[in-house]
Design a binder for this molecule. Structure first.
Ligand code: GLU
Length: 509
């Protein structure tokens, strides 16, 4: 293990993990595994207002489903615990105190109402209020109070926050593996709150303290955190700590229009945005999941990997192991990656084609049992199902498709496609079908090849179009004009069932 490479996935349990979050976890994972590094799971749960009880479990289950594993973190061993921020309160307080003692942070007693009022005043002058070097001297904070006054206020239970004292007019030079070098003037930054009035740290403070203490070497996270990077740089400087390297991953964009892919896009356009189904306890809404929709974890991983990263070759279908071999942060794009739900299905189709018949059969049998309403058992039905799968595999994207595409292998059609009937069932069809019944009755060796030979010979002799016989025949056996090779179907169903189905349509047509 390369001791120096340490990355973390640091979700906040504020709701279900969006597929963009899983992509962040995946890129961290691929980077760690590629470089024999350590992958850490840290739960950033300091925002009590946004805390959602089942979210942490959901996040862990989703990551387990995708095959992303951790070496350290909540539920794993590790020397840097606790890996849950709500259990690290004292640590953050110690570091906040250090900043205050060194004059890098200060107590601020301004009430939310007074700040709101200020913001509105600025707005009315078409200006934006910022709490920083331009304004902090006129505000209610420890920079403008004596030590006694501050102690008095705290003793009297006055509510306060701790703010970071952003240095005045400093050019902050930033470096990002994906985006290169950037510069920001510190005057454009706010004196961000580091500790809230509930005594808990904000994301910014807890995040960098933990990254430092957990010896994180590379921070790989979503682009939405890029605006926080100057602040994080300044915080590292304030503590005198060495910075990790940063890589901000591009946004995942809506399939159509502009902007970030949201859960509403998924609901509107009928594709999942979450790895697993999620029920919002407050609203009762249920959001679809890739897992429940029938995607394989390897398809989901594959489609995520190619959102914002490319291998530099034409290859698109990868297993996790193949991704680990070739993953490289230098091939991550700067610009947002448009999500294409059809392409997502394409990946699933590809991975289904890669699965063995045995595995697909095993996955399909429970679905079959459910659809039939009873449990099929035994070698005969398993072998039969294997043949069904072989015949249908090319057309299937999801395992459940084997039922949609091949129900007729198990049940005689009860309804016949009306349009197809109109097209295929002509005046003389009944007579033709009666002749076909006779012909088939006389075939002893009921194998696809043999049936094909006999039926073709008869059709040629009768000088009728192939379709005139085959289409109504297909209707009788399948219920529509779709499906794989009809002679194969006949062999599979067997003579008795084939004759029964044709006779049934003759009577019903
Ligand atoms: N807790 C942050 C999140 O939910 C982590 C951001 C980071 O990786 O720094 O995305």
């Amino acid at each position: 293990m390369n001791k120096d490479i340490r990355v973390r996935f640091a979700p906040s349990p504020t709701g279900p993990l969006h597929m963009g979050g899983v992509r962040t976890a995946l890129f961290n994972y691929l980077f760690a595994r590629k470089n024999n590094g350590t992958m850490i799971l840290r739960i950033e749960d300091t925002d009590q207002k946004r805390f959602v009880p089942d979210a942490e479990e959901y996040i862990k289950n989703s990551l387990a489903w995708t095959g992303i594993t951790f070496d350290e973190g909540v539920d794993n061993k590790g020397n840097f615990g606790s890996y849950k921020q709500s259990e690290r309160k004292e640590i953050y307080q110690k570091y906040i105190k250090e900043l205050i003692d060194n004059g890098k942070a200060y107590y601020a007693f301004d009430t939310p109402e007074s700040l709101d009022k200020l913001r509105k005043e600025y707005e009315s002058r078409k200006e934006v209020f910022m709490y920083n070097s331009a304004t902090r001297n006129g505000l209610n904070n420890s920079l403008n109070l004596t030590k006694q006054e501050v102690e008095e206020k705290i003793k009297n239970g006055e509510k306060y926050v701790v703010r970071f004292k952003i240095p005045e007019n400093k050019i902050v030079k930033l470096k990002d593996i994906i985006r290169g070098e950037m510069e920001v003037n510190s005057n454009t930054l706010d004196d961000k709150v580091l500790m809230k009035s509930d005594g808990l740290p904000t994301y910014h403070l807890a995040n960098i303290v933990d990254d430092h203490l957990m010896k994180i070497s590379h921070v790989i996270r979503g682009e939405e955190w890029l605006p926080s990077l100057p602040l994080h740089y300044l915080l590292y400087d304030a503590f005198g700590w060495e910075k990790p390297e940063f890589a901000h991953l591009p946004l995942i964009l809506k399939p159509v229009g502009k902007g970030k892919l949201s859960k509403r896009d998924g609901a509107k356009m009928g594709f999942p945005v979450f790895p697993m189904e999620w029920k919002d306890e407050k609203t009762g809404e249920i959001y679809a999941g890739y897992k429940e929709d029938g995607y394989f974890p390897e398809s989901f991983v594959n489609l995520l990997a190619l959102l914002g990263w490319n291998p530099g070759t034409e290859q698109e279908v990868f297993t996790m192991d193949e991704l680990i071999q070739i993953f490289d942060l230098s091939r991550v794009n700067k610009s947002g990656a448009k999500f294409d739900p059809e392409k997502a299905k394409w990946f699933q189709h590809q991975h289904l084609q890669r699965k063995s018949t045995d595995e697909l059969t095993e996955l399909f049998l429970p679905i079959l049992n459910e659809k039939l309403g009873y449990n099929v058992q035994g070698k005969a039905i398993t072998d039969y199902t294997k043949k069904v799968i072989e015949l249908l595999k090319e057309r299937a994207t999801f395992v459940k498709d084997f039922w949609e595409l091949g129900q007729f292998f198990y049940q005689a059609p009860e309804i016949y496609d009306k349009k197809a009937m109109k097209k295929a069932w002509k005046e003389n069809t009944v007579e033709l079908m009666k002749e076909v019944v006779k012909l088939l009755e006389n075939i002893n060796d009921f194998e696809a090849k043999n049936i094909k030979e006999k039926l073709s010979e008869w059709i040629n002799n009768r000088e009728i179009g192939f379709g005139k016989v085959m289409q109504p025949l297909r209707l009788a056996l399948v219920g529509g004009l779709k499906g794989p090779d009809l002679f194969e179907i006949m062999e599979m169903l067997g003579k008795t069932e084939v004759l029964k189905r044709i006779e049934r349509l003759i009577v019903n047509a």
